[in-house]
Design a protein around this ligand. Structure first.
Ligand SMILES: Cc1cc2nc3c(=O)[nH]c(=O)nc-3n(C[C@H](O)[C@H](O)[C@H](O)COP(=O)(O)O)c2cc1C
Length: 318
């Protein structure tokens, strides 16, 4: 069973160190482990060209227009049974590099989209999808911060697992942890996360969440989008809509059973999303042919707003 650990911190810093602690603990459980220091890799930002979602729903395969080392990185993860991501907390949430990963995973790694694309390919021909994109996998996250500014980190991290529908085993954050390598209790928790991941990766079919309880009983999220006029709340991770109520002095998130079929981390929820994207992309392509769209574009193009170009593209003015 293979586990790959990915650190998004500085070379030999806290994130690298804790990633290696967890990996060694997983190795002691029998896992074959490997380590990636992601800052050394050429991973470019997503441009938002939507070639990935369009190609998937048109049976043209799983493409990305960016040319860098992302596909090799993704391939390393797709070959593993379990993935561990250790990420520095920036601005209360995940690092910018982690957000780039989320975007690059995005529609392209979405399990629902890839199932739809595989069906299209089987029924009508076309470019086949990498079967590794349809496989179950387990993933754990660790966020490490230098203060207690950390309220978005667990939410950010689970979003990476939503797209490929990988099972989250642990989702831990360590606040005030600049010197985590000297804090035995925290290091032991990190090692436990490594062991949990190894156990889960050995039996992915029966793998269960092993982290601390959250408020959403479905996905364990603690972040909600609240309606200021009522108790109505939407779970920020899985998108389930319900009410946040207080029971025995604690928050409880209650929702109608049927909401589960819409949850963004379930295959049924993903199919709803894939259908929405297919419909909306189709409408967007049609709308672009209309006179109103062309007139609007021409109007905006006529605006007299000077553009400040990046220094390398500026003409040399003497
Ligand atoms: C741009 C930036 C933003 C940061 N924001 C936070 C923050 O919001 N909360 C926090 O606890 N730590 C924050 N930190 C501290 C980092 O999380 C900490 O330096 C990092 O985990 C060290 O990791 P490394 O030793 O693996 O490089 C920030 C650091 C930087 C550079």
């Amino acid at each position: 069973m293979k586990i790959v650990g990915v650190s998004l911190g500085t070379r030999n810093g806290s994130n690298d160190s804790m990633c290696k602690e967890a990996l060694i603990a997983a190795q002691e459980m029998g896992a074959e482990v490997s380590f990636i220091h992601l800052l050394d890799w050429d991973i470019k930002d997503c441009t938002g060209c939507v070639a990935c979602s369009r190609s998937l729903v048109m049976g043209k395969g799983n493409v990305c227009t960016r040319k860098d080392e992302f596909d090799d990185f993704r391939s390393q993860l797709l070959d593993a049974d379990g993935v561990l991501v250790v990420d520095p907390i920036f601005e209360k949430g995940a690092s910018g590099l982690f957000h780039t990963l989320m975007d690059r995973f995005g529609p392209r790694a979405d399990r629902g989209m890839n199932v739809v694309a595989t069906k299209i390919c089987e029924e009508h021909g076309g470019k086949p999808i990498d079967p590794r994109l349809l496989k179950d996998k387990v993933i754990s996250f660790i966020g490490i911060g230098g203060s207690d500014w950390a309220t978005a980190i667990e939410y950010d991290h689970t979003m990476l697992a939503i797209s490929p529908a990988w099972k989250v085993i642990d989702n831990e954050k360590f606040a005030w942890s600049k010197n985590i390598i000297m804090e035995d209790e925290k290091v032991e928790r990190v090692r436990e996360i490594g062991r949990n991941l190894a156990k889960a990766a050995a039996d992915i079919e029966h793998a269960e969440y092993m982290g601390k309880p959250g408020v959403c009983p479905h996905c364990h999220c603690k972040n909600f989008y609240l309606d200021p006029e009522s108790t109505h709340a939407t779970c920020m991770t899985c998108g389930i809509e319900g009410d946040l109520v207080i029971e025995d002095g604690k928050f409880k998130f209650v929702f109608p059973e049927e909401q589960l079929s819409h949850a963004h981390d379930t295959l049924s929820g993903k199919f709803i999303h894939a259908d929405d994207i297919k419909e909306n992309e189709g409408k967007a392509i049609e709308n672009r042919k209309s006179q109103k769209f062309k007139d609007s574009q021409a109007r905006i193009a006529s605006f007299n707003i000077p553009e400040i170009l990046p220094p390398a593209k500026r003409e040399c003015v003497k």
